[in-house]
Design a protein around this ligand. Structure first.
Ligand SMILES: [Zn+2]
Length: 853
């Protein structure tokens, strides 16, 4: 037996424990004063998975040892890890770095027609492992940085040339927290006798796995929304440098080989030019060559796409740059069986390293071509014939949401202006204090289009060449933020409206105020995004807060449904303390509070029973196997970071041991027992949840959880898609099913503003984001359908005709009373990817006002 082990072990270990010469040629050419990865992290690259902590250590040690690098700290992740950037170039370039950067930026400022690019360095941004459990990229980055700093310039002419002609922005880990989480998993489950059996725990991570960041976001969808710190760092580097190439090193399924862009040509976003794709293809020939040399299999153009600009490999394409996606078949752990034989971790690292090198080679040979492409791209952004074309956006009462949208534009260096007076465009009023104008005649014209900020003549894009989407099919920013917006060529035109707008240089933080001290009562409207952050803080400090279930007016000023009221009498704080607290809270949250000296209004009076108590929500969020981690993370992030409301994360597998009665609300994000990654066990006990509701608890169920509720708690009627294949061949079956997926599109709904679910929404309609095919039937009583899809609901994105006809008959929201409690159902995602500001209110209303629904 023992003998057999010794025979087998070397086979399994084949190529799994390697030396530096497996990755790099001729180690004698490396400067011995530069530390190798092994000398700092304590193991050969590929022997273990590098943790972000060790990677940080190496980055710092390496930077101290070389004058070819400038190390930059770009802020911290949620788990307090540093987002490192290494700027690597020749010593002489480094000493002139700011000058080179300024010179380079002139390429993306279309006023500079005559720039001589023949001697300019090219800028290449190389980034790794945005998905933490796709680790070969970050592990390869250790070797890449070592090579670039240690390869001796006298002997390795190639490196000297690269350093002289290139500014390399090396971002070793796009997702520090995810990398750390995954490396822990892979290392803690590693067998000393490497075991490639895919069933080993090493290759099957537990929930929530290492792909995402701390709040379980897919960081490779955040490039346009830019809501997360890891993306903030990336966008800051991108806009500061405007790189000519950005590479994004990922991993895919274990049985796949290696992929480099271009992706599927038919799924290219129409905003991306053919020249861009031709350059992408030309860069690909360098990867082809390099991978041929080491005998690695690969493919191109058969999967993945350049469609959604929220991805790091597509975002550059809207900026005169070339984004390149790499996907390596994943060994996930250290060594794994695959259809292509045993796949070792070092093998995956070597492919990533090889294409990182071929990227730099392509950049050398295509340098002037790519620099000129960027210049030409930006020259084309300015269209003298459309000099005054612009977009206006704003809201009457919600300053914070308008501010957050402006922040997004600002982060992408899109220029926008303030208004000098209030205006009305196509019947919608835009106040000068709470609206902005975005002129289209600026270098970022394509990026503005890529964010779909422009209002298309017949809504936004609703027809597509192809019905398969790798990701969402719509991301119209003004709809996600639910702001009013329109196209106009009147405002910037001199002498027409006579409005002189001013460019916004510094976006100032929104602060609110209290107009006066009162010994009677205070009121504030619910429309500002952070109204409930204020309410929560007041309740936490012991104040009684009420909400108006009717509209009213005072001295001609109207107050909407859901207006909040704090009376001074009989509170736990005295009149001075209440005033001081309101001053503090309003300044922090941006809420404007009005003092009242009398209880009489036109409409319900302040002492009326139509003001209802707002109770403090105590929230449990169900997480764990079966729950879609993205959806759970979105809710956790929303309440924890924006509203400062603590939530308790209740793991599905612990649920049976937890006393649920301490929670007023339990949120079940998208959950299904047949979830693709779900292991056995951990199913939710329906009796426990049923008892919780009957005793007065509130269950909030999203998306597929609605189906779980229907099978386990209370039957719900659905409209179902019963399409059968007709004239569909075997090879077309995937496309047939794919076309019935609703991957993410935007639908208009009409809302009943008097229902508490809609408190705080200014308009009578609300754009909703839907990425599911759960269609609940409408209630027969109209007042039980406070949100209904409009008659022509598709605003932007793709949905099949069959599903659209079901959606028109469906209701996205429903309340079911059960015993003393309630079940609140929502089929659409109101919290999508941290940028659907417009519908976050729906969840907050469920938490703050379920007692009056
Ligand atoms: Zn990935």
């Amino acid at each position: 037996m023992k003998k057999l082990f010794f025979i087998l072990a070397p086979i399994f270990c084949l190529n799994a424990q390697v030396q530096m010469d497996y990755y790099l040629n001729d180690m004698s050419q490396y400067n011995s004063s530069i530390p190798t990865p092994e000398s700092v992290i304590g193991h050969q690259v590929g022997e273990f998975h590098v943790s972000h902590d060790k990677l940080s250590h190496y980055v710092q040690e390496l930077s101290k040892s070389s004058n070819r690098v400038k190390l930059i700290k770009r802020g911290k992740t949620y788990e307090n890890r540093t987002s490192w950037l290494m700027i690597i170039t020749s010593e002489s370039n480094l000493s002139n770095l700011e000058e080179i950067r300024q010179q380079h930026l002139r390429l993306s400022d279309s006023k500079n027609i005559d720039i001589d690019t023949s001697n300019m360095p090219i800028v290449v941004y190389q980034g790794f492992s945005v998905h933490g459990d796709e680790p070969s990229g970050s592990n390869a980055s250790l070797l890449l940085m070592y090579h670039l700093l240690a390869s001796d310039s006298d002997e390795t002419k190639e490196t000297k040339e690269v350093l002289d002609n290139t500014i390399i922005l090396l971002d070793p880990s796009f997702n520090p927290d995810g990398l750390q989480r995954f490396s822990q998993w892979a290392n803690m489950n590693k067998n000393q006798s490497l075991n490639p059996d895919p069933s080993d725990r090493e290759y099957n991570q537990y929930w929530p796995r290492g792909r995402t960041n701390h709040y379980w976001f897919d960081l490779n969808r955040d490039m346009l929304p830019n809501q997360l710190p890891e993306t903030n760092a990336k966008i800051e580097t991108f806009t500061k440098w405007m790189p000519n190439i950005l590479t994004d090193h990922h991993e895919m399924g274990t049985n796949s080989s290696f992929f480099f862009q271009p992706g599927v040509p038919e799924r290219k976003n129409p905003l991306i030019s053919d020249i861009n794709q031709a350059l992408t293809k030309e860069i690909g020939t360098y990867h082809e060559d390099a991978l041929n040399k080491i005998g690695s299999l690969y493919y191109s153009e058969e999967s993945y796409d350049d469609f959604f600009f929220g991805k790091a490999s597509t975002y550059p394409d809207a900026n005169g740059s070339i984004g390149i996606l790499f996907e390596q078949g994943s060994s996930r752990g250290h060594i794994q069986e695959s259809v292509n034989g045993i796949l070792t971790f070092p093998f995956t690292i070597r492919n990533q390293l090889t294409t990182a090198f071929s990227t730099l080679k392509a950049a050398q040979n295509m340098r002037v071509k790519l620099l000129n492409y960027m210049k030409d791209f930006h020259d084309n952004q300015i269209d003298p014939a459309k000099k005054y074309e612009s977009i206006i956006f704003g809201k009457q009462k919600d300053k914070s949401t308008v501010h957050h949208l402006a922040e997004v534009l600002n982060s992408h260096k899109i220029k926008f202006n303030t208004l000098s007076q209030d205006v009305e465009i196509n019947g919608t009023k835009y106040s000068k204090d709470n609206s902005y104008i975005v002129p289209l005649n600026q270098p970022k014209r394509t990026l503005i289009k890529a964010m779909t900020l422009i209002k298309a003549m017949f809504d936004t894009q609703t027809t597509f060449k192809d019905s398969l989407f790798y990701d969402v099919s719509a991301w119209t920013f003004p709809l996600a933020f639910n702001v009013n917006y329109d196209n106009t060529d009147r405002l910037n035109r001199p002498g027409r409206l006579g409005i002189k707008s001013k460019e916004v240089e510094n976006l100032e933080k929104i602060t609110g105020s209290v107009d006066d001290k009162s010994d009677y009562a205070y009121i504030f409207e619910p429309h500002d995004y952070y109204a409930q952050a204020a309410v929560y803080e007041l309740i936490k400090k012991g104040l009684r807060v009420k909400t108006a279930t009717r509209t009213f007016s005072i001295n001609g000023e109207n107050f909407d449904y859901g207006t909040y009221m704090v009376s001074v009498q009989n509170q736990s704080l005295n009149s001075d303390e209440i005033y001081n607290l309101l001053v503090e809270v309003s300044s922090k949250t941006g809420i404007n509070v009005k003092s009242q000296s009398t209880g009489i209004t036109e409409g319900i009076d302040l002492g009326s029973n139509n003001f209802e108590i707002v109770k403090e929500p105590k929230i449990g969020l169900i997480v764990g196997e079966g729950v879609r981690s993205y959806d759970a993370g979105e809710i956790w992030h929303l309440l924890d970071t924006r509203f400062n409301i603590p939530i308790t994360k209740l793991d599905v597998s612990d649920l049976g041991f937890i006393d649920l009665s301490r929670y007023t609300h339990i949120i079940l994000p998208d959950y299904s027992e047949g979830y693709q990654y779900q292991s056995t066990g951990g199913n939710i006990n329906k009796n426990q949840i049923n008892d919780y509701i009957k005793d007065g608890g509130n269950l909030i169920a999203y998306r597929n959880s609605v189906k779980w509720v229907s099978s386990n708690l209370s039957e719900i009627d659905f409209h179902t898609n019963e399409i059968t294949a007709d004239d569909v061949t075997f090879s077309e079956r995937q496309s047939f099913y794919g076309a019935q997926q609703t991957g993410g599109a935007i639908f208009n709904s009409i809302i009943d503003k008097s229902h508490p679910i809609n408190y705080g929404i200014e308009s009578n309609s609300l754009p909703l984001f839907r990425n599911s095919n759960v269609f609940m039937t409408k209630s027969e009583q109209s007042f039980n359908n406070p949100i209904v899809y409009s008659s022509n609901p598709l605003m932007s994105g793709y949905i099949s005709e069959e599903n659209l006809s079901l959606l028109k008959k469906a209701s996205p929201f429903k309340v079911i009373r059960s015993g003393k409690g309630k079940i609140l159902l929502m089929t659409d995602n109101t919290n999508f990817r941290a940028f659907w500001f417009g519908t976050n209110r729906i969840l907050l209303n469920m938490l703050f006002h379920s007692n009056i629904m």
